[in-house]
Design a protein around this ligand. Structure first.
Ligand code: PMT
Length: 221
């Protein structure tokens, strides 16, 4: 939309899970519907930002005014993120990226033969850290999904991944994943802002406004 405070700013949002192929019919994945990320992309676009939304496999429609790039695996998401980040000023990682993928993808369907089956897994690259290394000037926001010590882990991610902000949400017990509401606490170097428990669309608007305020304070036009 024209005329918003983020007009002329390009933002990238990653959303949803990734699928890591075990064989042609099976995948390893994380819980994530993409709702939080799609809402953040829509809210930033409403503030005038030009949006690239990098979406894992989800069944959601594309928010208005947003350029959507569909990906499957963590590696696809990394490549799409690096390409989009080259033109961007703001990067928000809401995706629930698989931390491990099968070390090898079987070319044919794995047959049921023994009672147990072991899969060797290898680590995927960390998208936020890789994008940060290549693009040190980006304003970067990560998410933290934790079952305990939420703010402490979020603060640790903020420092380790050199982010400007981490939006922390508690998961487990039916919270955050898949549902329409969430509770977000935004952790920054000097402060914490509790955005409360609300529909994801509302939290996304509040988060987008905070991102815009901080970005514009650092980059006055
Ligand atoms: O999609 P919904 O159903 O609406 O649910 C929303 C959500 C709970 C998935 C979302 O709000 C959320 O918390 N997303 C991050 C989930 C996650 O995987 O968190 P993490 O603590 O494992 O990862 C921390 C950060 O590093 C995240 O910004 C993640 O995108 C990023 N990451 C993680 C792994 C990896 N290989 N590369 C990354 O960039």
């Amino acid at each position: 939309l024209s005329g918003g405070p983020l007009q002329g700013v390009h933002a990238v949002v990653t959303a949803g899970p990734t699928h890591e192929a075990v064989d042609p019919v099976r995948v390893l994945t994380n819980r994530s519907s993409g709702k939080m990320g799609f809402a953040v992309a829509e809210a930033l676009a409403r503030l005038g930002a030009q949006l690239s939304l990098i979406a894992g496999p989800v069944s959601l429609s594309t928010p208005p005014g947003v350029k959507r790039i569909d990906v499957q695996s963590a590696d696809d998401m990394l490549q799409a993120s690096l390409a989009a980040a080259a033109q961007a000023q703001i990067f928000v990682g809401t995706a629930a990226v698989a931390d491990y993928r099968p070390a090898q993808t079987a070319p044919g369907k794995i047959k049921k033969s023994s009672d147990t089956l072991s899969l060797a897994l290898s680590r995927t690259a960390d998208i936020l850290s890789t994008v940060r290394d290549r693009h040190p000037a980006l304003f970067m926001v990560g998410f933290a999904a934790e079952t305990e010590s939420l703010v402490d882990y979020a603060r640790d991610k903020l420092r380790r991944k050199q982010l400007q902000m981490v939006a922390a949400n508690e998961v487990g017990g039916g919270r955050a994943f898949d549902v329409d509401d969430n509770h977000l606490i935004v952790v920054e170097a000097q402060q914490e802002t509790d955005l409360g428990h609300a529909p994801k669309t509302e939290l996304a608007r509040a988060l987008a406004e905070l991102i815009a305020a901080r970005y514009l304070a650092l980059n006055p036009s």
